[in-house]
Design a protein around this ligand. Structure first.
Ligand SMILES: Cc1cc2nc3c(=O)[nH]c(=O)nc-3n(C[C@H](O)[C@H](O)[C@H](O)COP(=O)(O)OP(=O)(O)OC[C@H]3O[C@@H](n4cnc5c(N)ncnc54)[C@H](O)[C@@H]3O)c2cc1C
Length: 381
């Protein structure tokens, strides 16, 4: 299909992946990004095999694997240090043909930026609203400037202004509080992803392949809680098993980020005539299955492929939604459910959760992860 120009709002992981995939197929792309600098700060991001398969379509899987750390095992413990499960990831690798990698988000971003380049990337420009007709879509920026194109892709993240205009009824829902940190302390065996469960609280950490250890600490708390300092909020982990207190204490405050975690009920459509959504703008999900970035990259590859294969824009957007909405909706729900189970609060539900993890065979625990980790690729059909 011939399109004059595609506008993408947002140069995050999804927007840049889409820009690269579309250019590789010969489309002209312009990306509008609100940030003046694409920040070098970042925290650990786990990418499952599906994310790497999708990245291989834009030539980036190998460099991502080399930049990160391959996870060989997941260790699940209680906050007192009792091992609930050791999950070797060979089964996942054997069933999907790929591995799980963690790397610094800023490294992934930098790799995507390097491939997309500066041309067609407009930093410091906020997408505000759009108007569409049968013939074109016009994106208005906050500074009043207008950008015309044939298709607008809203890849502007969880608080997407494009989604707000397209689906004003769609609201994000707060789920829990997260702190993320990065330290250089090597207090964990390489290739291990440690996940530790408490009562309404959780801690996890892994290496990011650049000499750093990335960690997260999550807990249930009101959305409007007052935050004083990271260390004051993280006091609740001081009597947790080793190496958690050491990891938190050896992280300086400026390497700790506070985030509120949201998701949203899945939408049944993502598009209008000339506007569609991608990544967190389309399907905000909690990070409990480590799939947000992976699904954004999959969206990018499938949208580009749908546009190439179809003879009309309407047909392409239908094909894109057909391949993406069902899969991402399922992952949104599974992530939410997994977050609810892992943040169990009362003694009985925590004991039940721990017993389930302890007694369930590894194969069964990996089932959902294996399904999510397969990239159903329409390129190959
Ligand atoms: C605590 C936490 C841990 C996570 N861990 C993982 C993990 O381990 N693995 C994983 O796969 N995912 C993880 N995720 C999710 C992952 O970070 C996101 O799903 C992913 O970044 C989504 O990519 P995106 O491009 O859709 O959005 P983003 O990466 O958020 O990019 C959106 C871009 O749009 C820009 N923008 C916003 N508004 C405008 C506007 N009006 N105009 C122009 N530009 C705009 C932003 O500046 C940004 O550059 C985690 C998320 C959280 C909160």
């Amino acid at each position: 299909m011939k399109l004059r120009k595609i506008i993408i709002a947002g140069a995050g992981i999804g927007g840049l992946s889409a820009g690269i995939a579309l250019r590789r197929l010969g489309f002209e792309v312009e990306i509008i990004e609100i940030a003046f600098n694409l920040s070098p700060i970042g925290w650990g991001l786990a990418l499952a095999p599906n994310a790497l398969f999708a990245l291989s379509h834009i030539g980036l899987a190998e460099s991502v694997i080399q930049a990160g750390s391959v996870i060989r095992r997941v260790q699940m413990k209680t906050w007192l240090g009792k091992t609930l499960k050791e999950i070797p990831l060979e089964t996942l690798e054997a069933r999907t043909g790929g591995c799980v990698v963690t790397l610094n988000r800023s490294r992934l971003h930098a790799l995507l930026l390097e491939v997309f380049g500066e041309s067609g990337l407009h930093l410091g420009n906020a997408a505000s609203c759009y108007t569409e007709t049968k013939k074109q879509v016009v994106l208005t920026l906050e500074n009043g400037q207008e950008v015309e194109g044939d298709l607008l892709i809203g890849a502007d993240g969880i608080r997407s202004s494009i989604r707000r205009q397209l689906f004003p009824h769609a609201k994000i829902q707060y789920r829990y509080t997260a702190w993320r940190g990065l330290c250089s302390a090597a207090k964990l065996t390489n290739g291990t992803y440690l996940s530790v469960l408490g009562r309404g609280t959780r801690f996890g950490c892994t290496h990011t392949g650049d000499g750093n250890l990335s960690w997260y600490a999550t807990y249930l708390a009101p959305e409007n809680q007052v935050i004083t300092s990271p260390q004051a909020s993280l006091k609740r982990y001081q009597n947790w098993c080793s190496p958690i207190p050491d990891i938190i204490n050896s992280t300086c405050d400026k390497a700790i980020l506070h985030t509120l975690v949201y998701d949203a009920e899945p939408l049944s459509t993502w598009s209008s005539q000339r506007v569609t959504l991608l990544g967190d703008a389309a399907h905000p999900m909690t990070p409990d299955m480590n799939q947000g970035a992976g699904q954004a990259i999959e969206d990018a590859i499938i949208l580009a492929s749908s546009l190439e294969k179809s003879s009309t824009l309407q047909e392409a957007l239908k094909l894109y939604e057909f391949y993406r909405i069902k899969r991402t909706s399922k992952i949104v729900k599974q992530s939410r459910q997994s977050g609810q189970i892992e943040h169990s609060q009362n003694v009985i539900s925590c004991s039940l959760r721990n017993a389930i993890y302890y007694l369930t065979p590894v194969d069964l625990l990996l089932k959902q992860l294996v399904i999510a980790s397969k990239f159903d690729n329409i390129y190959s059909r």
